[in-house]
Design a protein around this ligand. Sequence first.
Ligand code: PLP
Length: 446
Amino acid sequence: MSADRKIEEIIKAISGKDIAIADKYHTLSGNERKKVIETLKPKGLKSLTNLIKKAKKRSFELANKRFISIAEGKLQTPVYLIDETLIEENMRILKYVKDRTGCRILHALKAYASFTTFPVMKKYLDGVCASGLNEARLGYEEFGGKVHTFGAAYREDEIRQILKYSKAIIFNSFYQLQEYGEKTKKGNVEIGLRVNPGHAEVTNRMYNPCAPYSRLGIINEVFKEEFPKYRGMVDGLHFHAMCEQNSDVLERILNSFERLYGEYIKELKWVNFGGGHHITRDDYNLELLIKLINTFKKKYKVEVYLEPGEASVLNAGVLISSVLDIVKNKMEIAILDTSAEAHMPDVLLMPYRPCIIDSGKPGEKKYAYRIAGPTCLAGDIMGDYSFDKPLKRGDKLIFTDMALYTIVKNTTFNGINLPDIAVIRDGGKVELVRRFSYKDYRNRQS
Ligand SMILES: Cc1ncc(COP(=O)(O)O)c(C=O)c1O
């Protein structure tokens, strides 16, 4: 079929309910997608967004069955099982935001750095954001594209290498800019400054980069005083103020950011809106995000960057574990071969109760259990759950949404082994990518 016919067909079908149109849109070339977007009226664009979101939702709804059937097979536990096709579904949503806005999207390596799936991700994104030398190097070597590095403070003995791997470096203070700015310019690396946008709605202090006394981002009083001395040296401003939030929160942050820093933006090349945008979540308001970026770009004539981490791999992986034993102490307690403390630390840090496929809240189903880890930590507990059938030793439990902030943060506390990493490739083949052993534990000790 000719390109024009394909485009025509998509445009005609957009007002219908056929989500296959979303797939067709994703397979168009960049120019063809551009043409679709330019041709559609606002109502048509909204319909396209809805179809794209629905198609993504459907793919994720089918995923649990696949995870269950793989868990029932021979895969050794514990194992992080990542579905590459689901990552690709998330990538398509991010790419759609790029199509509609011309913004750039960097994947935040801090959330997920399993480079075995980078070939799929780099087709859609512009590069990565890194938190320091090792992430910058991994991004440079394994992802490619742009590497933007932000660290709260850089070590003198690492800066040369960080500059080698980065296309942009973002400083957290004027002292750091003064110290490393010249070197950065000489290395042809762009300079950004992280600022505190003066507004954040993250209620959990542990995850609020703009909480009182935060060290993350130059505050406006300091910025106003110091920035004029460095005019012409800075390419972009960066803020990061969100955590698992929707675009209405971004709108309010942008209002504050523009009020505080608006007068400086026009002389810059880019503004980075940070991470914490839950772009790939079903209830995320994509149209508002698109509007905010387009309005901002038009007003200030700068590039806009987003650097989500979670959104890249949201719901795209599970952690499968087995019941090792069931003990009793006024309640039934199932001890698993995986640990909240060591393998899913955000469960305890945040804290939150991870979802287990086919389980309910306590009391919802007939058989109730506390689900816990095998370490000595009394609080190594995932939570209280209920099931339709009694649990028995050897049963598999599947924790959902375990690709993000797990593998990058896990530990070998108590000497317990790290879970395997396996990937469901496009086509359904399951590949065991990595198995850890005593050596991995030993090498980290001394
Ligand atoms: C500077 C910066 N950018 C991006 C991110 C990624 O955030 P998320 O994974 O919540 O999207 C973070 C997370 O802490 C961050 O600190």
